[in-house]
Design a protein around this ligand. Sequence first.
Ligand SMILES: [Fe+2]
Ligand SMILES: [Fe+2]
Length: 145
Amino acid sequence: MPTKEELIAKLNEALTLEHQARIQYMTHAQHISGPNAEPIIERLEELAADEKDHEEKFRELIAAYLGGTPTMKMHEPHPATTLDAILNTNLEDEKSAIDLYMEIYDMIMQMRDELKYSWFQCIHKIREIIADENEHVMELNTIKG
Ligand SMILES: [Fe+2]
Ligand SMILES: [Fe+2]
């Protein structure tokens, strides 16, 4: 059975991915140009706003519900300047995030007794975040066409 410390460490790893994702989407949005740029820029900025919401959820879980310290570190970002490269790299990153978050979900599922009154919030938030990331994959695929 995973320990609370192991869960906090995994959630902090997740938080570094969220920091990366937000900065990456905001930066990539600056490289989109041309006659059809506007809706794509808006969509990337919406994705960044979702990642900010995820950051907040992870910070709250780590600090308020589990008594840990949220990291300020950021996972190594993936620069890209063409639309194709931007979409592909973010699709890969979204999928890696989902893999990690599914791992976290499985950990939390095993920790019901240990987490007691924090358990429901943990499971609820991670499910919401995973659902959002699945939506992000779908949205990036829609832009790709
Ligand atoms: Fe996210
Ligand atoms: Fe995402």
